[in-house]
Design a binder for this molecule. Structure first.
Ligand code: PEP
Ligand code: MN
Length: 370
């Protein structure tokens, strides 16, 4: 079922002139006609194709600025017309959607707080049925890849072909260096499963601050994302929402000009042959690592058998603690990161316990028969 999502269109086939990367810029929220006009004017010539602005803002706590509402739609459309770019806004329900369509919004996006709710996404999909408009789906606030895919599928089943995904990070509890943790493995897995699906990055909501935007934007380009959505405001410090993460049009231009857009190298003979040679070495090492892990598990099973014969518990905290300390120190000295080593140790522990549990609970002969 989910594989049918594979026939969505890649960006160049959207017919909107997105040949390389899709760049969306504009304020978190539309605040006034002047603010939108000024921001759009400042952005001219910066290389973006789409102007963004939130009209209805999903805020965490009531009482904060909740968007200017319906009156902002013509402001956005006019600012787009004036600066000759497409416009996009967030919709959370069929009313928003119908108003946005009537106002001539070119691209719709579904926000992170809406993607989490299959009822809400289905209502939007039903309303979009038969309408050919590009829709971008932000990841749900929680790191649930299937929920993200489910939202994309609902739109696809409604007949939409120009669908894309926006990675805006995942919410966390407590202070972290990110406002929304990127968990890059999730969007990369999405891209692995649906290589055609345009995937763009929203560094503004990942970072929640200005000084790390460049780093996250660059990282997404290095991971071969298809574009960026960035919050840009004519006077960021006075923004009514998300002030800390918004940048000026000038800052945006600098960010884009410092960005290195790398090639995949596909079809380039020299690149491919050098990469293939190095990748061949990695393939061989991976085979050795797996063979070693398998031998390690053989010893683990022997120990399990010994423990079974002598009625000894599988898990012994002090032994495991020592192993962990030793491997962490060893790996660290070899230049491996603490979090990688911790994950590796935990995986090995879990797998060892699984093997020994089987040895303990079945006869050895039965276990040895695969
Ligand atoms: C936004 O783009 O301003 C927004 C509300 O984003 P998100 O849905 O990612 O929180
Ligand atoms: Mn915002």
């Amino acid at each position: 079922m989910s594989e049918s999502l594979s026939d969505v269109l890649a960006l160049p086939d959207w017919g909107m002139g997105f040949s390389e990367k899709l760049i969306i810029a504009g304020p978190c929220s539309a605040e006034s006609p002047q603010q939108l006009m000024e921001t759009a004017a400042g952005l001219e010539g910066s290389g973006h194709q789409v102007l963004r602005a939130g009209i209805w803002k999903p805020r965490t706590r009531p009482g904060s600025f909740e968007g200017v509402g319906d009156i902002g739609l013509p402001w956005l459309r006019q600012a787009g017309n004036k600066s000759n770019c497409l416009v996009t806004t967030e919709v959370a329900n069929p009313r928003h959607l119908n108003l946005a369509l009537e106002a001539g919004v070119d691209i719709i996006w579904i926000g992170a707080r809406t993607t989490v709710n299959p009822f809400a996404v289905q209502e939007l999909a039903d309303t979009l049925s038969g309408i050919d408009i590009p829709v971008l789906v932000k990841n749900p606030v929680n790191p649930d890849l299937n929920l993200w895919i489910g939202a994309l599928e609902r739109l696809h089943h409604a007949g939409l072909k120009r669908i894309g995904a926006i990675h805006r990070g995942f919410s966390t509890y407590g202070d972290t260096e990110y406002r929304n943790r990127p968990n890059w493995d999730l969007p990369l897995e999405l891209k692995r499963r649906f290589p055609q699906l345009p995937l763009i990055c929203d560094p503004s909501h990942i970072c929640g601050r200005r000084d790390t935007l460049q780093y996250v934007a660059q990282k997404s380009m290095d991971l071969n994302f298809d574009g960026l959505m960035l919050e840009v405001h004519s006077d960021p410090d006075k923004a009514l929402s998300d002030a800390q993460q918004q940048i000026t049009p000038r800052g945006f231009k600098e960010l884009l000009s410092d960005l290195v857009i790398r090639r995949t190298g596909k079809g380039e003979q020299l690149v491919e042959s050098s990469l293939n040679e190095m990748r061949g070495r990695i393939d061989q090492m991976d085979r050795q690592i797996l063979a070693l892990l398998a031998s390690r598990m053989e010893v683990v099973r022997d120990i399990g058998d010994f423990k079974r014969l002598h009625d000894i518990t599988i898990y012994q905290a002090d032994r495991w603690d020592k192993v962990r300390q030793d491997r962490l120190a060893l790996g660290k000295a070899m230049g491996l990161s603490k979090s990688f080593l911790e994950q590796h140790c935990n995986n090995v522990l879990k797998e060892s316990i699984r093997h020994q549990t089987r040895v303990m609970n079945e006869s050895v002969e039965k276990y040895l028969k695969p």
